[in-house]
Write a protein that binds this ligand. Structure first.
Ligand SMILES: Nc1nc2c(ncn2[C@@H]2O[C@H](COP(=O)(O)OP(=O)(O)O)[C@@H](O)[C@H]2O)c(=O)[nH]1
Ligand SMILES: [Mg+2]
Length: 497
């Protein structure tokens, strides 16, 4: 599979803009039907994703319920109401939700890309089984380019233990079909998003041995293996290793408590931003910049993912889970590549039709040249859009070439036939013209030679003769009567008659 072995390290895109208030609404991307026990990807969300042409990044915020995930996403969107923020203990986000209007970003090179923001159901919501949480978590990881893991407070043993879901997840995702169980963390890490551990209501001073440390250093310290022996220590270290192996590109950010007043904390979405603590506002501003800078377009290996590809991946992963299978990245990608290459072939065929000049003359050489020109236009459209392995591309390129060739053959046949007809009509018209001219010339000659004193007036009649001669050569609709009239008029004006 060609995309698997490309280098993962790419020059990061640094967006130059962050979001202003973004109009739109929350839209269900992955819904769980309790009636069927299956996940669904509603069409409305798929259509929004399919409409995003070009690279797309995905920021998902995951973590326990009621810890301000939706609130922080709304802050990223620059609005107080957006994703539902709930004041009660009951979780209000089920499944995966996306913001209906992807946020437009611009890379330093001027190219545009879009960011999709994903809100996820709390992974420990009271009515879930462990497997369900892992599936939600896995889907968010598989679909994002930046995975924000949100939690209250610092990174302690309990917090790390909660992320044992990551180890679970590796059993629920496979890179390649055929490998029994899950894939190794190292192998999976080629496809995992950037990871940001977001700490909320963080009040600790980040210091180590008298030195101020960054949140990233704090995270790395927490991920150091702990000393000791026994199963419990091994399990704790296994979680640390899993996180490190799966998320080689990781960071941490600590946000202060937004307000001191407990009552207002539970309804933050109604509090005007100016009333939030200045240290929280300052942190929020830095966090927003950091998230938008880190949320690069999603990639699978060297392949940059577009909106339609993301829609295809979401459907493929959900379908695999519904079939009781482990979502397999290569299989999902293969399906997407096939669908995309088919779309590319259709687009190329349309481009051929649009480019082909049907007013071309019925000349074999010119027809062939026009076919080659339109085919080159179509090929470049295909090259731009087709993705995936060579075999998939070649098969679809062949399909559109054959269809264009068929189109061309039909057009050539029709054009040559109509060309022949046109030629016949021209020949007939020319023949009719010649006959008429011959008749007129004969009539003109008779007219002249029957004029009185023809020989005497020959010189004076020269101009009218020339005039009438030219007229009947040029215009086959010229009648003998008109010829006579124009000869007489011309001769009278030169006073020959
Ligand atoms: N203490 C505290 N509460 C917050 C914070 N952000 C939001 N909340 C409150 O936490 C509750 C749950 O917020 P919500 O965004 O719905 O949490 P979610 O379930 O994780 O999406 C709401 O009452 C918010 O007002 C925060 O940074 N700190
Ligand atoms: Mg929520």
């Amino acid at each position: 599979m060609s995309f698997f072995f490309g280098s993962k390290k790419q020059k990061p895109l640094e967006p130059v803009s962050s979001s202003a208030a973004s109009p739109g609404a929350p839209l269900e991307l992955v819904r769980y039907s309790t009636a069927t026990g299956k996940f669904e990807v509603p069409n409305e969300a798929l259509e929004v994703l399919r409409s995003i042409n070009g690279p797309v990044g995905v920021v998902s915020v995951c973590g326990r319920a009621r810890q301000g995930k939706s609130f922080i996403l709304n802050q990223l969107l620059g609005q107080s109401t957006g994703f539902t923020v709930g004041p009660t203990h009951r979780p209000c986000t089920k499944g995966l939700w996306m913001w209906s209007t992807p946020v437009e970003q611009r890379a330093p090179d001027g190219s545009k890309y879009h960011l999709v923001l994903l809100d996820t159901e709390g992974i420990d919501a009271y009515d879930q089984t462990g497997q369900y949480s892992t599936q939600i978590f896995s889907l968010a990881v598989l679909l994002s380019s930046l995975f924000v893991y949100n939690q209250m407070g610092g990174i302690d043993e309990a917090a790390l233990d909660r992320l044992s879901l990551v180890t679970e997840m590796t059993k629920h995702i496979r890179v390649r079909a055929g490998s029994a169980g899950g894939s190794s963390e190292d192998e999976l890490s080629n496809f995992t998003p950037s990871f940001m551990w977001l700490l909320r209501d963080f009040y600790l001073t980040l210091e180590e041995e008298g030195r101020t440390i960054t949140p990233k250093e704090y995270l790395e310290t927490a991920l150091q293996p702990i000393r000791g022996q026994g199963r419990s220590v091994e399990a704790k270290n296994a979680i640390r290793e899993s996180i490190k192996a799966l998320f080689p590109n990781r960071d941490c950010f600590a946000l202060k408590r937004p307000m001191s007043d407990e009552n207002q904390l539970s309804r933050l979405e109604t509090v005007p931003p100016s009333q939030l603590r200045p240290e929280f506002r300052e942190g929020l501003e830095r966090l927003t910049k950091l998230i938008f800078a880190r949320a690069q377009p999603k990639r699978l290996g060297p392949q940059i993912i577009s909106g339609p590809m993301l829609a295809g991946l979401a459907s493929a992963y959900v379908e695999a889970i519904n079939n009781g299978a482990v979502p397999t990245i290569s299989t999902a990608w293969q399906g997407v590549a096939e669908a995309e290459s088919r779309r590319a072939a259709d687009a190329a065929e349309q481009a051929y039709r649009d480019a082909f000049n049907r007013d071309i003359s019925a000349d074999e050489g010119q027809l062939d040249a026009e076919h080659a020109r339109a085919l080159a236009v179509a090929q470049s459209v295909f090259n731009d859009k087709a993705v995936g392995e060579d075999s998939v591309r070649v098969a679809n390129a062949k399909r559109f070439h054959e269809r264009c060739q068929r189109d061309f053959e039909a057009f050539r046949k029709e054009r040559l036939a109509s060309g022949e007809l046109e030629c016949q009509k021209l020949i007939n018209a020319a023949q009719a013209h010649l006959t008429q001219v011959t008749i007129l010339q004969g009539a003109a000659w008779m007219l002249l030679t029957s004029a009185p004193d023809w020989a005497a007036k020959r010189n004076g009649l020269y101009r009218p003769i020339k005039f009438c001669w030219a007229k009947c050569n040029a215009d086959s609709s010229y009648t003998i009567a008109a010829l006579v009239r124009s000869f007489i008029r011309s001769a009278q004006s030169s006073q020959c008659l």
